[in-house]
Every structure is written in C-alpha cells, then in structure tokens.
Design a protein around this ligand. Structure first.
Ligand SMILES: NC(=O)c1ccc[n+]([C@@H]2O[C@H](COP(=O)([O-])OP(=O)(O)OC[C@H]3O[C@@H](n4cnc5c(N)ncnc54)[C@H](O)[C@@H]3O)[C@@H](O)[C@H]2O)c1
Ligand SMILES: O=C(O)[C@H](O)COP(=O)(O)O
Length: 530
C-alpha cells in the first residue's frame, strides 16, 4: 500500500518536518512559496496539507484536493483556510492553539512598550546620525488603563504582564464569564462603547469574524481618549486601516503598532508605511524559535495521528478524539458503523429523523465519535463514500434529517446498548447492538429481540408464526446452495407475527426470495450486506 502523502506548503520548523517523516510511514514533500496555480496543479496528489498563514487553502484549492483528508495549520488563525468548503468535502482542519500564545503576547506587549517609548523611531533616528532627545519623550505604562479586547489565551497573558507593570486592566469579551474575569484580576466591561473611552492603551486579541470586522472604525476611534495608543497583533481587518491613518494623522491616536494587516504582505504603496507614529512588523507574533518549534512539532504529530491511527486532535471542524478516548470507544465506533449501515438498508427513503440511544456503560465515555460514525455510515447510502465523520452533520442538515441523541437506560438486559431509530413518513425502523464480552452483536431489530453477528450477509423477514416456516426456509435456501451461518427468531406471541434474522454465507437471488414469499407466510424480506 502506498504511503499517505503530505505537502508542507509554508515554512515550519525543521523539527516538525522531521516529525512528519519520522519512521518513514508518510511521504513528505516540502514546497514553500507555491503560486496559487502551482498549488492547484499538485494538490490532488496529497492526503494532507500543512500551512501557516501564507498559503491560501481556498474553495478552489479544496475542490481540486480530491485526495485530501486533513489540513494542518501550524498556528492559530485558520482564516486562510475555507473551513466550510473543507467541511463539506469531509476534510479535517486542525490548528495548534496555544503553541504560539506566549510568543504573540510577548510581541504585542513589546509593541505596546514601543508605542509608549518610541523605541523603533528613536533607534532609526540615532542610526541616521542624529541625537534627538526631545522628539521621543514617551509615557509610562504604570498607572495607565489598558483595554484588552478579546480575553482568550493571548489576551490573558497580556493581562498578567500588564498587571505586573502596574496597569489597570479592563477587558471586553462577550464570551468571558464574570468569574473567569475575577480570577484573572481584570475588570470586565460590558460593551465596547464603555471600554474604549476609558483606555490609555488598547490591544486587540480576537479572531476576525463578521462580528469583529472593523471593530475599531472611524466612529469608535473618535470615541477614544485623545492620545490613546493602539496595538493589533491579532488580525488585519479588526481595525479599519483608512480610519486609523486619519486618527494617527490628527493625533487622536498618539501612536499605534500593527503586526497584522487587511492585505498581507502589506502593499508597498500602503499609506500605513508613511506614518511616523505607527510601528509596523510583518506578522511576527508567532515568529520565535520556541513557538515555531512548538507548533511545527505539534501539527506534525496531529497529522501523523490523523492519517495513521484516526486520532483527531485540535480539529476546528469536528470534535477531537484523543488516543485514550479512541481506545475506549474504538469498538463502539466499529459497532456503530455496522448498525448505521444496517439501518440505512432497512429504512425506507425520506427519513426525517435519526435517534441514537445510548444506554448503560457506554455513557461513561464520550459518545461524540460514535455518533459521528453512526451518522456517516447511515448517510453513506445517500451520499456515497464522500460522506465521512467530518461532513456528516452538514450532509444530514442538507437532507433535512434531524439527528437526536438520548440516554435512556430502560434496556436492563444488556450492560450497554446502542439503539438507532430512523423515523420517516412511512413509520420507523430500528436496530440495536451490544457486546457479548468483546464480540459485537445485533440484539434487536424493530424492537424485537434477535441475535446476529453484524457482518456479511444478513437476511431479515417477517413471517406468520406457524409450524413448518423455518423448515421451509432452510430447505429452500439449501436447495439453492445458500448456507445459513446463524439464525435467530423472535415472535410477539404464539401463532402471531415472527421476525427472523439469518446470517448467510452468500446473497440469495431475487428468484429465491420470490419462491420463499410465494406461499404468503413470509413477507417483508430484506437483505442487508455489512
Ligand atoms: N500576530 C500573530 O502572529 C498571531 C499569533 C497567534 C494568534 N494570532 C491571532 O490572535 C487572535 C487571538 O488568538 P488567541 O490564541 O488568543 O485566541 P483565543 O480563541 O484564545 O481568544 C480569542 C478571544 O476572542 C474573544 N472574542 C470572540 N469574538 C469577540 C468579540 N466580538 N468581541 C470581543 N472578544 C471576542 C473570544 O471569546 C476569545 O476569548 C486570533 O485572531 C489569532 O489568529 C496572531
Ligand atoms: O494565527 C496565528 O497563529 C498567527 O497569525 C501566526 O501566523 P504565522 O504562522 O503565519 O506566523
């Protein structure tokens, strides 16, 4: 079997590349600086793509990436990846949150100090031959008010450092709980309009979303304290650059420092380049030896785990499955796949809802990966092999199938049970499975107790409970050389309706089924192949 192929398209630490190549189980190609059409031309060959913020994995690239399973971002922001397009195509997108937090916080903090003390401008002045001590008089951070917009990993580290510098720290983050803010010793401010006028320094640490785009626009900049200093080490587009240029010119904003820009690389003709009170760095927040080694190794480990063992860590478009969880729920994932596949074959078309009930011991584990596997295998009848654990939720949503989970433990006969019920306009069907020791078994179909191995050919029918039916089936299948490997019968009452489930060694033909049902005692015949 050929090795999974990985393309590293942005510069990551050598140790990360070594980790990808470790053991020789992956075929690793490093091609930095590919032009968009060059990437488009080769991406189809690869199973994994590693990027930082430069390579654009846009919808076109994802469409061309016919063999891609995973995109690994050595860093935090995935705005250069079309995550929705990847999800639809079933491609996992992973990042390495946390690996560059300290480096970015230190960079943002350094920029804040630089805006207070004009360090880069003073350095340039001395180097140009001058000795100007008047122009570069600064301000202290001590006793000043800092507004942190976005109080996640980096914002938190900034707060710690600012408190150590004797600053009063305010935070604006609509998703931060009051108790967390208290434990971080910051004052939580309810709205942007309340925090902005109080701040001597503002630093931004949030993702760029539709909600955060141009968070600092002309109107908000006009509401700042005259002489405020602003740092953006998060994402270009959080500040309206044109409005910032005007505010820096009018000195409403005394100084600012930007590490990130609306367009990167920053165009040569950008008006930002000509302002003496603006400090610019070329997206260097994460550019330290420590951060790059950390995120490079981490992304490599995550990609190896995803491609070689199915372990999912730090995916932004599906829940993580760590090795410990995988060890516990691995057998349930395999059983769930069989049950989902079984149910898809006995259910009528136009299913409206799928319920998965977990009862017993399984509830001690995280059932999310089991649910995903069940749903993906159930939907594969409709969507083919394209449907997988990443895109199954959006696939179900597009079909209008409502997925629900329940945890009722009324089935006390089994230590644990996974029961799936598909409901549509034609009624419902169900299947349930468990383990006998470590062996998986189907133990219920349509609410009736049966017992069958979830493998190979399963033959399911309903029949009138009367003497001779079983013999008739055995004789007929035997006559046509179809061997019965296992048989399970279930009836509601003596002489009533029975349900029979057989494990067969081969698929019975249409002609056999016709012969079997001819007498009228046997009906609702279904052949399921697992
Ligand atoms: N310059 C760099 O090189 C560099 C390096 C690392 C991260 N970053 C960027 O820094 C940003 C923060 O990274 P992080 O690791 O701290 O992320 P994080 O997810 O830990 O924190 C982001 C915070 O923003 C908050 N937030 C979301 N929407 C908000 C809104 N409308 N208003 C206020 N707060 C909001 C969230 O609640 C969260 O607490 C990201 O954009 C990331 O891409 C840049
Ligand atoms: O989101 C991030 O992790 C940072 O923006 C770092 O980007 P980089 O990997 O291109 O330095």
């Amino acid at each position: 079997m050929s090795k999974p192929k990985v393309l590293v398209a942005d510069p990551i630490a050598q140790k990360g590349i070594d980790e990808l190549a470790n053991g020789g189980s992956l075929d690793v190609t490093v091609k930095i600086g590919l032009k968009p059409d060059e990437l488009l031309a080769i991406i189809g060959e690869f199973n994994a793509l590693v990027v930082r913020s430069e390579t654009k994995a846009n919808a076109k690239v994802i469409e061309a990436a016919t063999n891609l399973k995973v995109i690994g971002r050595a860093g935090v922001g995935v705005d250069n990846v079309d995550v929705d397009a990847a999800t639809k195509r079933g491609i996992i997108v992973m990042n390495t949150p946390g690996g560059n937090t300290i480096s970015t916080a230190e960079h943002a903090f350094s920029l804040m100090v630089s805006t207070a003390r004009n360090i880069p401008q003073a350095d340039a002045s001395v180097k140009s031959g001058k000795w100007d001590r008047k122009t570069f008089v600064g301000v202290e951070l001590y006793n000043k008010t800092l507004a942190i917009l976005g109080m996640g990993r980096i914002g938190t580290e900034i707060a710690r450092r600012a408190i150590a510098f004797g600053m009063r720290v305010l935070a604006y983050d609509p998703y931060l709980s009051a108790s967390r803010a208290r434990s971080l010793q910051v004052e939580l401010v309810e709205s942007l309009d309340l925090i902005i006028p109080q701040a001597d320094f503002i630093t931004l640490h949030m993702p760029l979303t539709a909600e955060t785009k141009y968070m600092l626009n002309a109107e908000r900049l006009a509401k700042t304290k005259k002489g405020v200093r602003i740092v953006n080490c998060a994402r270009g587009g959080l500040i309206d650059e044109a409005a910032l240029v005007e505010a820096l010119k009018s000195k409403q904003v005394a100084a600012a420092a930007l590490d990130v820009f609306e367009a990167e690389p920053l165009p040569a003709e950008s008006p930002l380049r000509g302002l003496p009170n603006l400090i610019l760095t070329p997206h260097l927040g994460a550019s330290t030896a420590e951060a790059q080694e950390g995120v490079g190794i981490e992304v490599a480990e995550q990609i190896r785990a995803a491609l070689l063992s199915g372990e999912i860590r730090n995916a932004v478009n599906m829940p993580s499955i760590d090795a410990k969880t995988l060890a516990v729920v691995g057998p349930h994932i395999a059983l769930g796949e069989k049950l989902g596949h079984f149910l898809s074959q006995i259910a009528a078309k136009r299913v409206e809802s799928l319920n998965i009930n977990y009862s017993g011991k399984i509830n001690e584990a995280d059932t999310t990966p089991v649910t995903r596997s069940i749903l993906a295998s159930f939907l594969r009848a409709a969507g083919g092999p394209e449907v997988n654990v990443v895109n199954c939720l959006s696939f179900a949503e597009n079909l209008g199938i409502k997925l629900t989970e329940s945890r009722e433990s009324s089935q006390s006969d089994f230590a644990e049970l996974i029961e799936l019920t598909a409901t549509g306009e034609n009624g419902w069907v169900s299947v349930a499975g468990t383990f006998f020791g470590t062996t998986p078994r189907i133990v219920k179909v349509n609410g009736r107790h049966v017992e069958a191995k979830p493998e190979g050919v399963l033959f399911l029918f309903e029949n009138r409970d009367r003497p001779g039916v079983v013999g008739h089936v055995g004789t007929l299948l035997g006559k046509h050389k179809v061997n019965i490997a296992g048989m399970s019968l279930s009836r509601n009452e003596e002489g009533g309706e029975a349900l029979t489930l057989l494990n067969l060694d081969s698929v019975p033909s249409e002609a056999i089924i016709k012969e079997l049902t001819a007498g009228g005692d046997i009906h609702s015949v279904q052949v399921v192949q697992l």
